[in-house]
Design a protein around this ligand. Sequence first.
Ligand code: NAD
Length: 325
Amino acid sequence: MKTRVTEMLGIEHPIIQGGMQWVGLAELASAVSNAGGLGTITALTQPTPEDLLKEIARCREMTDKPFAVNLTILPTIKPVPYQEYAQAIVDSGIKIVETAGRNPEPFLPMFKQAGITVIHKCTSIRHSLKAEKIGCDMVSVDGFECAGHPGEDDVTNMILLPLAARQLKIPFIASGGIGDGRGLAAALAMGADGINMGTRFMVTREAPIHQKVKQRMVDASELDTALIYRSLRNTARVFRNSVAEKVMEIESQDGETKFEDIQPLVQGVKGRELFDGGDLDKGIWSAGMIVGLIDDIPTCEALLSRMVAEAEEIIRNRLSDMLSA
Ligand code: NAD
């Protein structure tokens, strides 16, 4: 498949692995890039900007293909030295950056000067248009189905993608709710030049998380996610485990919820322990509705070749046959 995204990013398949806290390590990013997609290292998973430089170097030893770095700008428990992480990205010579969360405008001059292609993740059409206006090269349109932070508008990709196709001039990738060849073909049909996946890549052999977490997502249905932090306007879609249910219960109590009321339950370090140790109720972890469509744990190579073959079959045969009938 040849699209504006494969051309601009120098990749074989129009499939990107988006940033994921604790999951976007060199093992996964290099596996996705070696399989012909675009892997992504998550900057904030590394404790310091120096560690990020080391992780990028480690990934370069595992692949000679392009890969990206994600920089997410959202509320955190400890302040993050964003400028220093952004400088480390520039110093590393990385040429593709995925930004997410708040407006990436403060970092654009330094990224542009370094010749970096910037993909900004947006959960609404107005944010996508703003990203285009301030000079982002691409947007990742993140529907309500997605894992992590879907914003506060609750609009699904069935609406967001055609809106983006009508209004954006720069290419966009579809993110949220995609995990198979049908999703890939549908996203391309709705105007996207590629797709982004997170949850689906968590359930691959190379994802650096405990087998029990992967198996739980294989066993899950589309009803097994939950929305937390709604009351704080920092909504996140996570796997519906006992901790997520407890957070929702606290948020539904009368009166205003303060972040301090839920902080011990949701802190990122507990999510990391959950991924490392496989205790499924240790903390919370991001997961999208796509868990309902995931039923195996393939290698990244097997996943990507299967998805592309399925999408090609749909486009060449199923859709084309409808016209020739
Ligand atoms: P953390 O341990 O600092 O915080 C845990 C969670 O609480 C995060 O979701 C964070 O957004 C939220 N949070 C922190 N302070 C808050 C406040 N004052 N009000 C409301 N919510 C608050 O975060 P972490 O797990 O180490 O993650 C680091 C960064 O990566 C965070 O900004 C997090 O949101 C982001 N992240 C993004 C995704 C995604 O899907 N885009 C997934 C995981 C984490």
